[in-house]
Design a protein around this ligand. Structure first.
Ligand SMILES: [Zn+2]
Length: 267
């Protein structure tokens, strides 16, 4: 009897290990992580609820400055509580010096204040996920343009010699007019031809709070509310706004958390 109890305990231990929820993606600063839970389960990351869709899918991400551990709690429908400590890979970010930017875009004049308020308000609104239940993010991401990577996520920026906040995009340089395609499908929540710092800008809602933002576009060829597929043309590369040469700056957000697009391409 005594042994049987031990065997049963061992079996219980191994079955709970086998059932551990699989996490895909990058458990790293700037990383996007996803998985699928059984019906009815709930998820919390560092105490905050994470949206779990009808099919059990979930996605979350880590900021550039995320701490080295995070706590994931899964509340299964049968009452089982699965707690995991995630070791979040810490990364080193380089310093990037950019010269030749239009001075006004590095130190915006007071006359820009009102217009910037309107523009940043539109960005905030566009990133507040509307298409919550869409699963476009699940198909992964593709490079939005052909060209060389000219700037990286997380780098500490020195613009025209002045230290500025870190860069949160992946810059892809190419000639003016190079096609830009949707890195993933979704709904266009912002499409504007000439914001002061971003130039032509498009935001695509991929669902579950995940969105892409594309900056410095020369032409914007989509409209707000439009449904687009992955790989569909959305505009062309330009050098509008705070830019020293033609490129597209691609960003990925999970809610307000800024993620590294490059990590999503390495899957
Ligand atoms: Zn950039």
């Amino acid at each position: 009897m005594k042994y049987l109890k031990h065997i049963l305990l061992l079996l219980a231990f191994y079955s709970s290990v086998a059932e551990a929820t699989e996490l895909k993606g990058d458990i790293a600063q700037g990383g996007l992580v996803w998985g699928q839970l059984k019906h009815g389960a709930e998820l919390r990351l560092d105490g905050k609820p994470v949206y779990v869709g009808k099919e059990g899918y979930f996605v979350f991400g880590f900021s550039r400055d995320a701490a080295d551990t995070a706590t994931l709690v899964i509340l299964h429908r049968d009452g089982r509580r699965e707690e995991r400590t995630l070791n979040v890979a810490q990364r080193k970010f380089n310093i990037e010096r950019i010269e030749g930017l239009p001075p006004k875009t590095v130190t915006p004049p007071e006359s820009w204040t009102e217009r910037r308020k309107v523009e940043t308000g539109r960005v905030r609104k566009a990133r507040a996920a509307r298409a919550v239940t869409r699963l476009d993010w699940l198909n992964g991401f593709i490079k939005p343009a052909e060209g060389r990577f000219s700037g990286f996520y997380g780098s500490q920026r020195i613009l025209n010699g002045k230290p500025r906040s870190p860069h949160y995009g992946l810059d892809i340089a190419g000639p003016v007019g190079t096609p830009i395609v949707a890195p993933a499908g979704g709904i266009v929540t912002l499409a504007a031809p000439d914001f002061l710092l971003e130039g032509g800008i498009v935001i695509i809602d991929h669902g579950y709070g995940v969105s892409s933002t594309l900056f410095h576009m020369n032409s914007v060829d989509v409209q707000e509310g439009q449904r687009i597929e992955q790989g569909e043309l959305i505009g062309t590369i330009g050098s509008k706004g705070r830019s020293s040469g033609p490129h597209v700056d691609w960003r990925i957000n999970w809610g307000n958390v800024r993620l590294d697009p490059l990590l999503t391409l390495e899957e």
